[in-house]
Design a protein around this ligand. Structure first.
Ligand code: SF4
Ligand code: SF4
Length: 105
């Protein structure tokens, strides 16, 4: 636990496993995903599927900054960011999606 920064999602690392959403004590993580076939497999290989993340949201009006999601993520896809979440005037503006949470590279 490293204090009350905000949480960033490393989108490429996320497998949509739902562990964070299940472990979050305030149920403030929402994620949607779909499966699609893994591309680039050798000809004749068995078809495999992978989860593709469509939506990942943390409702900051409910988040207790407990850090459980960061600690429980088996793929290190969540991390603390030292910046404070900008003050928001209403609960709806506290709702961040992939575009705000996502970090490329
Ligand atoms: S820090 Fe805690 S309350 Fe906030 S999203 Fe993660 S598990 Fe949920
Ligand atoms: S626990 Fe980690 S890998 Fe699993 S859905 Fe949450 S952020 Fe993605």
């Amino acid at each position: 636990m490293t204090g009350h920064g905000s949480i960033v999602l490393v989108e490429q690392a996320c497998t949509s496993c739902m562990v964070c959403a299940r472990e979050c004590p305030s149920w403030c993580i929402t994620l949607d995903s779909h499966t699609e076939p893994v591309a680039g497999l050798p000809a004749g290989a068995r078809v495999r599927t992978q989860n593709v993340l469509d939506r990942f949201e943390i409702d900051w009006s409910l988040c207790m900054y407990c850090g459980i999601c960061v600690e429980e993520c088996p793929f290190d896809a969540l991390a603390w960011e030292p910046q404070h979440t900008a003050a928001a005037s209403s609960a709806s503006t506290l709702r961040h999606g992939i575009s705000e949470l996502g970090r490329s590279g």
